[in-house]
Design a protein around this ligand. Structure first.
Ligand SMILES: *[C@@H]1O[C@H](CO)[C@@H](O)[C@H](O)[C@H]1NC(C)=O
Ligand SMILES: *[C@@H]1O[C@H](CO)[C@@H](O)[C@H](O)[C@H]1NC(C)=O
Ligand SMILES: *[C@@H]1O[C@H](CO)[C@@H](O)[C@H](O)[C@H]1NC(C)=O
Ligand SMILES: *[C@@H]1O[C@H](CO)[C@@H](O)[C@H](O)[C@H]1NC(C)=O
Ligand SMILES: *[C@@H]1O[C@H](CO)[C@@H](O)[C@H](O)[C@H]1NC(C)=O
Ligand SMILES: *[C@@H]1O[C@H](CO)[C@@H](O)[C@H](O)[C@H]1NC(C)=O
Length: 261
């Protein structure tokens, strides 16, 4: 192989390296934690404007959990981010989602309830246990010795005969009903930015740097291994072609590299 071909490979490597830096970073709080990339960013880490979107800041806890902070200081651990369907699966750090409901609000965040609808609930403190009904949920993580906390859906009229040993606590509106039905799991999805479109094409998404709010798709960064493999294949092919065409060493190389791209 002649020197010009080697120089060409070096050039390809360098240009690949430069383009890798151009892309938005992918972070993780833990090896098996969800990948954090556009529209999400890791707080204090990724300051690139085109790589994040307001309201999508995550942070890592000391124990390497991925933390999402919603308005009113509601904190959730994020277990999964499905970028193609623009959905996150979250849970309460203390495994008691109902305890955060009094402050829970999705208005002012980019998220909406992604699995079940929002309902209104009335909360009661009862000295006796009730049978589980269609419209009431026993909240064991809020209950204590001698008292039982229940949430009643207030969308249907509540049968108050059932509430003789109960005192009314409070009403909450617009609560995701899965808070009670799924135990400690919350699905949240987002509509803006519409980053799932790129993901469905096998690409990544980022903010278009020339127009605020708009997004564009770009090719997924190739891993170093992929690049090495392609260059090895290119070298082998060039070597083979050189054997056949001794007079033309550089042009076939160029051809092969553009194929490998
Ligand atoms: C979020 O999830 C809800 C409930 O499944 C669905 O009605 C809504 O269309 C979803 N929004 C987006 C942007 O995917
Ligand atoms: C429920 O009522 C009991 C007394 O019957 C009281 O000790 C307890 O603190 C109340 N719990 C809540 C969450 O209000
Ligand atoms: C709570 O909700 C119930 C059922 O919708 C309603 O009858 C009651 O007036 C509400 N109470 C308050 C304090 O808003
Ligand atoms: C829930 O309460 C809000 C007001 O707090 C009301 O606008 C909404 O219609 C209620 N939803 C249902 C399903 O009753
Ligand atoms: C209310 O409490 C009393 C005494 O604990 C009990 O005998 C009664 O069955 C309870 N009523 C209901 C409707 O739970
Ligand atoms: C802005 O971005 C759009 C979409 O990527 C592109 O079509 C357009 O040419 C860009 N405009 C300028 C001035 O760079």
């Amino acid at each position: 192989m002649d020197l010009s071909v080697v120089a060409l490979f070096m050039l390809v490597l360098v240009s690949h390296g430069a383009r890798l830096d151009d892309k938005c970073p992918v972070e993780r709080c833990a090896k098996d934690g969800p990948a954090i990339r556009f529209p999400f960013r890791l707080k204090d880490k990724n300051e690139l404007d085109h790589c994040s979107y307001p309201g999508f800041e995550l942070s890592c806890t000391d124990r390497k959990q991925t933390l999402l902070q919603l308005p009113n200081f509601v904190k959730l651990y994020v277990d999964k981010i499905d970028y193609a369907s623009q959905l996150i699966i979250a849970r309460d750090p203390d495994e008691c989602l109902p305890s955060q409901l009094r402050h829970f609000s999705l208005s002012g965040s980019p998220f909406e309830s992604g699995y079940m609808e929002l309902s209104n609930y009335s909360f009661f403190n009862c000295t006796s246990r009730k049978g589980d009904g269609y419209e009431n949920w026993y909240l064991d993580c809020l209950s204590g010795p001698g008292y039982n906390i229940y949430a009643y859906t207030s969308d249907n009229s509540i049968s108050y005969t059932d509430l003789t040993n109960c005192t009314k606590l409070y009403n909450l509106s617009s609560v995701p009903s899965e808070t009670f039905e799924m135990k400690n799991t919350l699905h949240l999805n987002w509509s803006t930015p519409h980053s799932g479109l790129c993901e469905q094409q096998g690409k990544f998404c980022r903010r278009n740097s020339n127009a605020t709010g708009q997004t564009e798709c770009y090719d997924k960064p190739k891993s170093k291994k992929d690049i090495e493999k392609k260059i090895e294949a290119a070298v082998a092919t060039v070597a083979r072609r050189n054997a056949n065409l001794p007079g033309r060493s550089l042009h076939p190389a160029l051809e092969v590299i553009s194929e490998a791209e």
